[in-house]
Each structure stands twice: as C-alpha cells, then as structure tokens.
Write a protein that binds this ligand. Sequence first.
Ligand code: A3P
Length: 287
Amino acid sequence: MAEEQVNIVFEGLLLPTHVHSEESLRYARERFHVRDDDVFIVTYPKSGTTWMQEILPLIYSNGDLTPVQTIPNWQRVPWLEQKTGKSLLEDRPSPRLITTHLTYHLMPKSFNTSKAKVVYVTRNPKDALVSSFHYHNLATFLDNPGTFEEFIQKFLAGNVMFGSWFDHIKSWWPRKDQDNILFITYEDLLQDMRSVLLKLGEFLGKQLSDDAIETIVAQTKFSNMRQNKMSNYSFVPKELMDQEKTNFLRKGISGDWKNHFTTAQTEHFNSVYSQEMKGVDFPFYKD
Ligand code: A3P
C-alpha cells in the first residue's frame, strides 16, 4: 500500500486509516460527550495499553474473570478515536472504560470541564520504539518501518503513528498533580503489580479484596495474557496481523532496547531526549 493510503494526517499527527478517519477523529474531538464517571486509559502507542485494558476491567469486576475471558479488549475498553468509537461508546452504560492515544490537546472538548479520570501509562521510549518497530513488521495496515536505523530517525522526528513520544508525554505530564490523573509506568507494572493495583484501586475508588488482587496479578501476567484469545489479537486475520512473524504480545520485558540499539544509536537517542526534555521535570528514562 502506498503511504498516503496507509495514514491520514490529523492535526499534524500520522494515523493509520485502517481504523481512523477524519470523521472518527472529529467526532472524538468535537462531539464526544465525556461523562464525569468516565475512565480513560491514555498511552503513547506500544506503552502497555493492552495490559491496562486487561487490568481496569478486572478492577471493576473485583477480580471476576468473565469480562476478560468473554469480551475482546477492543470492545471491553473501546478506542475513543477509532471508527468504532461512536457506536461502542455513545450509549454505553456508566462507568465507561475508554482507551485513547490522544495527546492532551486533542482530547474531547468536553473532557476539560469534566471530572473524568485518566490512567496514563508511560514506558521507556526506547522500548516503545522497539515494540513499535516489530509491530510495524507484523501489522500490514501500517507503513513499512524501513530499517531499524530508519525507524529510529522517524520516531525521533515524530514521523510515526500518533506523532512524537516527546510531545505526547509533554502534553500530559504537566497535569500529573491533578486529582483526576494518575501516572503509571510500564516498568512499575512489571516490577510490582500488587502495589500498582492498590494505587489504582484507591484512585478509582475501588477497594479490592485480597483474593481479587491475587486473581488480577495472575491473570495479567504476560504468559497468561498471551494465551487469552480475548486479549492477544489472535482473532485478527493473518492478512492484517501476521502473528507467525511475531506475536502482538511479543516479549513483555523492559530493556529490550539494549538488544537492538548500537552504542551510536543510544548516544544519539539520549542526546535528542535531553534536548527534547530540557526543562521538563520528568524523572524517568534519562539513559
Ligand atoms: P513488546 O513488544 O515489547 O513485547 P500496547 O498494548 O500499548 O500496544 O503495548 C504493547 C506492548 O506491551 C508489547 O511490548 C506487549 O508485549 C506489552 N505487554 C502487553 N501485555 C503485557 C503484560 N501482561 N506484561 C508485559 N508486557 C505486556
């Protein structure tokens, strides 16, 4: 497919046409009515979105596995800006769990005046980059990533889906102290899921029983999610996602970038990172 058919540009962001349209994006931005009890998962692509789409429904079901075993993740926690957003979300009973990759400035206009909550999941951008590179090789509806070196250049220039990682984090991070926004790192999820669940429970006003916590910790482990047909994208036809090449749930670790970046690439990435994040009080991922 030619590049112009693969992506549309919306407000300066490249977005795959397979699931986005000008209309779906305008609807999300201008007409979607945010409710006070909505909960958004916000991520830059490849930062742990699917993981959080498993965790939040389990918090809301107090550890009952039914939703994650019977409803595909894209219906369980629908994407606001995708073509299916309107039909899946508009009449959905509250509380709605909603997924988005939008930057703060592109959120629905009604978001600013609402009390809706946001769980923002961030991940080491070098790992998000590596994950995205492999994802581009597996998803036929995305453009060809080129070589790894070429993909690094595109990523650093923000010439990838949903634009620059730096712009994304810089749009959300200044809101970190708002009561309705909670930042979680992918690395914390890996290291100490229990503590994150307690934090999320408190933030969402959901007191989790010990049994529920045990169940959620087990269910959201990489090996279990990889087996879960409702979460591993195995329903998607091979023509769209060729999981024989690599699984959507690929490695599920932190630091895989070290297996991909050369020393020169690391130095270059770090220097762009320092420039981009200059003056931003963001304590993670400096090297
Ligand atoms: P890798 O490609 O590095 O394995 P997203 O859902 O935002 O697209 O992010 C996908 C990344 O999150 C993939 O990273 C995927 O394996 C990882 N992921 C999803 N569920 C996970 C889990 N339970 N544990 C660890 N990593 C997980």
